[in-house]
Design a protein around this ligand. Structure first.
Ligand code: GLN
Ligand code: ZN
Length: 753
């Protein structure tokens, strides 16, 4: 008999009650006691749901008041020194680390592996880890006392914890790792003492590119942990890809190993078949996709599990999601507006738990009537979706996609220079201008039908006119319309293209209490009608200076959506690109001949293993080129990137073959400029000359210095002057002041060149 287990459950709640409770506490609408009480109710409610779903093994301690990596830091007393001063309330300190406090800069936040979840980066800075607060134990006891659940505490493993931390040098890695053994060992010892049967140690870093030495170190760590809690069953959990060094990892002295048979299916199954699996261990078969929202294909999964059963006996198999369910919304049950066929093809966290139970039934009793019925219903739902017109009609089999501009960059850039006659160091912005509360309110009323289309459009036009005037006054060379009609750069296009659906409650945690609601790409993506032409043309009608059109690129739309899983991601990216080139051409036909196609999320799609980067980058670059190549030589294609490091993917960025790229640099300035020099980047470049993430107005001198530095390595005729990113979240006054300084700095340099 197989068991069912879960790795982690979404924190946010069906109606985002977790988020609302935390924010009420921050805003002072709940005192600490009320807050902790409410949070406890939410935590227990989530456990109760898992209990009612019939799961054999229920995770505890995956719940958090903000982030599980921060929880781990706090567990081991790894609190950056600046937060340790004034007060003794640990909850206050906890949120200060996450969000900053009076004169206290928050800890850095960054992406959790290749997901859109962001964690708080531990700052080690010479601190000695010690067990300060055994959360895992406390939450285990709570679940046991309140609900009679004998839970499985979930803890971030020492290797991954250290890999995710900063504040140490590479050569200290081994020493710091061994300094974690004692406190982790103590924690595990206390769990053993309390009667815990299984503990899950998450080691997702084991699926990344690591060295043989590292794997040796990790093994020795687990040996020592083993000796500190000899009677505790340790479940080593990996996810997000196939495990590296399979043959080594299966020899670790642990009692169970969890593998991802969704994201890492091919490699993991191959390793399992080639090298077998130890007789004394449980295998966690991560078979329900924890990263996507589609109903599982029961038949296919049963086949996979049957293959695995030839190597691992049933009673050593735990059926589980491929990773924590943190990355999917809570439940489909309240989605009333979705088309029934689509809805029947979806499974969020709660439905995924039910799928585990169904699969267990089918696997243990394949011939029972119940199993047959379950298979039948599942097959029918999947078939209906696959055969729906959304997926069968107009499927693009476009072999004639244009991926190359007609002439090479140097030639077209010369033609473009002649056409536009811009000064050297042209100034521009990234697209959006401040969105006021008034505008957001109007949009809401318009969506509710309280404001007519005409009224709403008039307001947008008013904003466009207002900001075109401002841009002219400031003296910018290339203007934008300001993106006032958009809330979100992906949602806006998704709502206008075929193939996208939007849920009412499909939220997932992005960071802290912040949630996002990714669109669902469920069918063939297609262009329906022009999406941005009206506003852009209107802006252009108000000025003699060029107005740059503004689109979101195919890779970013893909990476920020839930994507259908019956086609390779690459194909979906190409479909989006096919739709976008039609928009690009519509703009061009309407006289908009500078067009920016943003790809801030290009880097986010990178696989965890470096050896798979090339394949991804190649199709991602091709998708961008499909969206932008088929234009006149004089049409200038811009792109924009931000939010991440770019140094290591510069060749791919170059291969996009955009005429001008604007890129965020404020966080790693010097380095990035050098990287550009190194690669010999010979396309137009706008290195962000000031950081838009803070309201501070940069002085003209500061901006001059940035330009000065950039011009020492980049040719002046390729250099553009612009801020780091869009200005949507900034105030008007600071925006105008900063842009004025920017234009003046550029002017000064023009005189010098
Ligand atoms: N054009 C978008 C804007 O200016 C770009 C946003 C982004 O890079 N994330 O808002
Ligand atoms: Zn940006």
């Amino acid at each position: 008999m197989a068991k069912t287990s879960n790795l982690g459950y979404p924190r946010i709640g069906e109606q985002r009650e977790w988020k609302k409770t935390i924010e009420a506490f921050w805003n002072g609408n709940l005192d600490k006691e009320q807050f902790l009480q409410k949070i406890k109710e939410i935590r227990l409610q989530h456990l109760r749901k898992q209990q009612q779903a019939g799961l054999d093994v229920i995770p505890v301690g995956d719940f958090s008041l903000y982030d599980h990596v921060l929880d781990t830091s706090v567990t081991f007393g790894l609190i950056p020194e600046r937060f340790t001063g004034n007060h003794t309330d640990s909850l206050t300190t906890y949120y200060e680390i996450a969000r900053g406090g009076k004169n206290l800069v928050a800890s850095e936040m960054t992406k959790w592996y290749n997901t859109n979840y962001h964690y708080i980066v531990p700052e080690l800075e010479g601190q000695t880890p010690r067990l300060v607060e055994n959360r895992a134990l406390a939450l285990y006891l709570e679940a046991k006392e309140e609900l009679g659940i004998d839970g499985k505490p979930v803890i971030l493993g020492p290797f991954s914890f250290l890999k995710l931390s900063k504040g140490y040098e590479a050569e200290q890695f081994a020493d710091i790792l061994s300094s974690l053994i004692a406190p982790y060992g103590q924690l595990l010892g206390e769990l053993q003492e309390a009667g815990v049967k299984w503990v899950q140690l998450d080691e997702p870093s084991l699926v990344t590119t690591i060295t043989k030495e590292e794997i040796g170190l990790v093994k020795s760590v687990y040996k020592q942990l083993r000796s500190q809690a000899p009677d505790l069953s340790i479940f080593l959990q990996t996810y997000f890809d196939s495990v590296s060094f399979y043959e080594e990892v299966v020899t670790f002295p642990v009692n169970g190993i969890g593998l991802d048979f969704v994201a890492g299916y091919e490699e993991n199954i191959k390793q399992l078949q080639n090298h077998s699996f130890p007789k004394d261990k449980v295998l966690g078969v991560g078979i329900i996709d924890g990263r996507n929202i589609w109903k599982a294909d029961y038949k296919q999964i049963v086949n996979i599990v049957n293959e695995i059963k030839e190597i691992v006996p049933s009673h050593h198999i735990w059926l589980q999601p491929s990773c924590s369910l943190l990355h999917v919304p809570v439940t489909i049950k309240n989605e009333e507006k979705l088309d029934p066929t689509l809805k029947a093809g979806l499974a969020f966290a709660d439905e995924k738990l039910q799928e585990l139970q169904d699969l267990k039934e089918i696997i243990d009793h394949p011939d029972s009537e119940h199993s047959q019925q379950l298979l039948k219903v599942n097959e029918a739902a999947l078939k209906a979706l696959a055969q729906s017109s959304w997926r069968t009609e107009h499927e693009q089999t476009n072999d004639n996609r244009i991926t190359d501009r007609a002439v090479p960059f140097a030639k077209r850039y010369a033609l473009q220079a002649e056409k536009w006659k811009l000064p050297v160091l042209p100034t521009t912005t990234i697209g959006s201008f401040p969105q006021t509360a008034e505008l957001r309110k109007a949009r809401k009323s318009w969506r509710l039908g309280e404001l007519s289309n005409e009224e709403y459009e008039a307001l947008i036009k008013e904003k466009i006119q207002y900001w075109v005037n401002i841009q002219e006054e400031i003296g910018l060379d290339v203007l934008v319309h300001g993106e006032f009609e958009r809330t979100d750069m992906v949602e806006f296009f998704g709502e206008k293209l075929a193939g996208f659906a939007f849920t009412t409650n499909g939220w997932v945690q992005s960071y802290g209490s912040r949630c996002v609601k990714p669109p669902v790409i469920y069918g063939n993506v297609e262009f329906i009608e022009p999406m941005t032409v009206k506003e852009t043309v209107y802006a252009q009608s108000l000025t003699d200076r060029p107005v740059k059109g503004m689109l979101t690129g195919p890779v970013t739309i893909l990476n920020w959506s839930f994507v259908r899983n019956d086609l390779p991601r690459k194909e979906v990216a190409f479909q989006i690109a096919d739709a976008l080139i039609q928009e690009v051409q519509a703009l061009e036909a309407a006289g908009i001949e500078m067009i920016q196609v943003d790809e801030p999320a290009l880097r986010e799609g990178l696989p965890l293993k470096k050896e798979n980067w090339d394949d991804y980058l190649q199709w991602a670059v091709t998708a961008f080129r499909i969206a932008t190549a088929a234009v006149a030589n004089t049409t200038q294609i811009h792109t924009h990137m931000c939010y991440s490091e770019f140094g290591d993917i510069l060749p791919a960025i170059h291969a996009l073959d955009a005429d001008v790229i604007s890129i965020e640099t404020s966080r790693s300035h010097g380095e990035l400029i050098q990287d550009f020099e190194h690669v010999g980047f010979d396309k137009g470049i706008g290195l962000g000359v000031y950081d838009i993430h803070s309201p501070r107005v940069p002085s003209q001198e500061e901006i001059e210095q940035v330009i000065h530095r950039a011009l020492s390595v980049l040719p002046a005729n390729l250099f553009w002057v612009n801020p780091d990113c869009g200005l949507k979240t900034r105030g008007e006054a600071e925006t105008v002041a900063a842009l004025k300084n920017m234009v003046q700095a550029a002017n000064k340099y023009r005189c010098l060149t």
